[in-house]
Each structure stands twice: as C-alpha cells, then as structure tokens.
Design a protein. Sequence first.
Length: 150
Amino acid sequence: MAEIRKLEPEDFHYLLTIEGECFSQGYSRYFLKMIPVLFGNTSYIAIEGQCPQGYVAAAFRQGSRQAWILSLAVRPRYRQLGIGKRLMQAGLRGLAAAGAREVFLSVSPGNQGAISLYLGLGFTVDTEVRDFFGPGETRLLMKKDLENIY
C-alpha cells in the first residue's frame, strides 16, 4: 500500500511524472518545483518505494483562514484504489491542523468521478462559474467546512 507523506523539494521528479500522466496541460515545471517549497506543510504525495502514485497540493488564501485544493492527481493505473481519497483526507487534516476553517476547490462539471469523491468527503457545490480558466472553461466551485473535521 502506498505511503502518504508530505511533499518535499526532492519530490520534483515524481511530480513531473504524475502531472505528465494526468493532465494534457498541467502546471508548469516551475510551479511544480515550488509546490513543496511554498505549500509543503499542506501538500502530500502517495508513493510506494520509488513509484509515485499521486499528489494533492493545498494552500491558504493569503491573509485568511480559507484554503484551496490546488490540485489532486492520481496516475491512471492507480485510480479506483482509494489513493485520491487518502490524499484528500491527508490534505484536509493538514489544512485543519494549520488553522483553515473552510476549503474550496474547482472541478470540471464533467468529471463525475472527482465530484463523487468530493461529495463523499463532505464538499458541497457552491456555484458554477463559466470561463473560470478562460473561454469555455466552466468549473464547479465546491467548498467544505473544516471546523469540525475528523
């Protein structure tokens, strides 16, 4: 079973592997390099031996107790094994421990697997936003209260 641990700067090459398999237009190499540096206390990786399986990146909204899940990615061959749920649970616990009171995320309305996961973790749909990332990029914004988590 994969170990879930906090992201470290040395995990950069693992993040490149995960991101490359999960997204056609994912985060830049620079941003991936910075995730463990800037958000390492609230971001996690699933790894077994030297085999990365997924990651979650979470960060606080500047100057507030609100947080965002920036990314959840599980390599295709490791999906449907509960890794995404375990990563999200670790990220949510980390955010709550760091003082977050609510957390938000955005998801494509067509990504039913992710939506089901988030609903199962207690997220609710807050609103639908057209052109969130640009023309034709509609996203559902979801949120979760963290005051009474776990």
